[in-house]
Design a protein around this ligand. Structure first.
Ligand SMILES: Cc1cc2nc3c(=O)[nH]c(=O)nc-3n(C[C@H](O)[C@H](O)[C@H](O)COP(=O)(O)OP(=O)(O)OC[C@H]3O[C@@H](n4cnc5c(N)ncnc54)[C@H](O)[C@@H]3O)c2cc1C
Length: 308
């Protein structure tokens, strides 16, 4: 199999597709616009801490995903054992929540071992990468969130995504307020949709600090989507401190982040693309790490079957 394939995006779907195709004899290059791997499975080194500001944890229900993740990351995969509470303080069902000891983006990086990844290269026209249009590749798989993929491939199909304003807060003092009792509080109706204490991910947070992640609801995020990222923490801070009973004077630092395309809100399926263009990622299923990995695999298997 000598097909030359470009995968746009070094997120979990892109790495999954690339891994399968490379393992089956294709020549594969991942092209990523950011400096690092992971996409929305995102982690930050911040003030000496390692914090997940995108996907907070992932499931490993599918045997193929579990085997791939364990083979790539081994003992660095750890299970979250403290509970998530709902807005009424009740413990939510736990079907197995996993995180990577060095930051969830490291799972994606580990899975990409041995694959050529060109970073800091933003593609503006997927067609131009194809041999038929003067490029180097027989096939292109775009894994950018669908609205961005649609622009790259020239599709007018609309699939809506919800944005998510996110903020990180570092407080001086270990396990402040109620943080030792629960990993997270999930409140899909509230403006503070998700808040979590990263200290529960062992080895991530420097001693003497409590580090929190806050992710806002779709309606709140839409309302404030265009404010400067530096202003995001001030909008959220009092809600977070009240929810967790954290003393406000202990705040050490805060950081805001805007996810313009955080998760799909439509159930529409992506259109079949033509002439060597393909899409893989969460728009074909659910906005979950595991689902995106599975979709990358599915699209790669289909492509291989068609070119074999
Ligand atoms: C705030 C937040 C919280 C979440 N929480 C969870 C959770 O707890 N558990 C869970 O399972 N899932 C969670 N998710 C969802 C999960 O992170 C995503 O569904 C999954 O990571 C999507 O992977 P992907 O590979 O499909 O897309 P992405 O991760 O978006 O990857 C696409 C990649 O394409 C790159 N790209 C885009 N445009 C271009 C271009 N023009 N040229 C080159 N590269 C480009 C991007 O930089 C990115 O790296 C969360 C998502 C967000 C945003």
């Amino acid at each position: 199999m000598n097909a030359n394939i470009a995968v746009i995006g070094a997120g979990i779907a892109g790495v999954s597709a690339a891994r399968f195709l490379q393992d089956h004899g294709c020549s594969v290059t991942i092209i990523e616009k950011s400096r690092g791997y992971g996409g929305r499975c995102a982690s930050k080194r911040w003030l000496g801490h390692i914090v997940d500001h995108g996907a907070q944890y992932f499931t490993m229900r599918d045997e193929r995903f579990r085997a791939a993740a364990q083979s790539a990351s081994g003992v660095k995969l750890q299970q979250m054992n403290t509970p998530i509470l709902n807005q009424h303080g009740q413990i939510m069902p736990d079907h197995g929540r996993w995180f990577h000891r060095d930051g969830n983006s490291r799972l994606v990086r580990d899975l990409a071992q041995g694959i050529t990844v060109q970073t800091e290269q933003a593609i503006t026209d997927a067609n131009s990468l194809l041999k038929s249009h003067g490029g180097n590749f027989d096939h292109i798989i775009s894994t950018a969130p669908w609205p961005q993929t649609a622009a790259l491939v020239g599709s007018d199909t609309i699939i809506n995504y919800a944005p998510c304003l996110t903020a990180l807060f570092a407080y001086e003092g270990d396990w402040l307020g109620n943080t030792s009792a629960a990993y997270s509080i999930s409140d899909h109706d509230g403006p503070l949709a998700w808040s979590a204490c990263e200290n529960h991910k062992s080895g991530r947070i420097e001693s003497g600090f409590t580090v929190m992640v806050a992710q806002m609801s779709e309606s709140f995020s839409r309302e404030y989507l265009e404010i400067p990222a530096t202003d995001i923490p001030d909008l959220i801070r009092s809600m977070l401190e009240k929810r967790w009973d954290i003393p406000t004077e202990k705040l050490h630092a805060a950081l805001g982040h805007r996810w313009r395309y955080a998760r799909i809100i439509d159930t529409a399926s992506t259109p079949a693309l033509r002439n060597g263009l393909h899409y893989a990622g969460d728009a074909n299923g659910k906005s979950r790490v595991e689902s995106s990995w599975l979709d990358g695999l599915r699209i790669a298997e289909n492509l291989l079957a068609n070119i074999a």
